[in-house]
Design a protein around this ligand. Structure first.
Ligand code: GRF
Length: 190
């Protein structure tokens, strides 16, 4: 059994998809949800599904071994970032090399990097005049949004799109593909 930790800072709609998808799976389980914001809806979503959920302060992430100790004690094999808005500390990156997966709401390598999250991404896509956007699921290394790409899916950018409308279209792709791609990666198919 491979044990996943989901890291999430916000609403947790992708966390929910992952939890539901893997519930009852005999090879992969969501064993922990980690947040850096105690008011994150994602914590509540996990607890409602009986997934242990913990919040750590920024201080604990960057200046202590509390988080890594928790991951080790929970025997976590893989980490999935689902809207996790702070940089992964080096000690976690080292311990989980090639075992941290992120989802980005655009087609990397464009529209990635610092500050490119939430509606900022979709505004930048619309302003660029690109006719397509989509999702990128990738491994995480020490550079924002630059790890190996595992999977991309595309959707159109339409003439009258606002950032909010495009965000909804992209989110549908996230919910449709993210859990399956995580499963394929963990089972060595990607
Ligand atoms: C998603 O758009 C994901 O691509 C990005 O953060 C957002 C998280 O949304 N990394 P939610 O909290 O899962 O609804």
């Amino acid at each position: 059994m491979k044990r996943l930790a989901i890291f999430a800072s916000g609403t947790g709609s992708n966390a929910k998809q992952l939890i539901d998808y893997f519930s009852g799976n005999k090879d992969i389980s969501v064993a922990l949800l980690v947040s850096n914001r105690k008011e994150a809806r994602a914590l509540e979503i996990a607890r409602n599904s009986n997934v242990p959920a913990v919040n750590f302060t920024k201080e604990e992430f960057y200046n202590s071994s509390t988080v890594i100790e928790k991951l080790v004690s929970e025997k976590i094999d893989f980490i999935v970032l689902a809207g996790f808005l702070i940089k992964i500390p080096d000690n976690i990156l080292k311990a989980y090399e090639n075992k941290i997966i992120n989802i980005h709401p655009a087609l990397l390598p464009d529209f990635g990097g610092k500050g490119m999250y939430g509606l900022n991404v979709h505004k930048a896509v619309i302003e660029s005049g690109k006719k397509e956007s989509g999702i990128t699921i990738h491994l995480v290394n020490e550079h924002y949004d630059e790890g190996r790409i595992l999977y991309q899916a595309k959707c159109p950018v339409l003439e009258n799109d606002t950032a909010e409308i495009l965000a909804t279209r992209v989110q549908e792709l996230e919910h449709r593909y993210f859990p399956e791609v995580v499963e394929h990666f963990i089972s060595g198919k990607l």
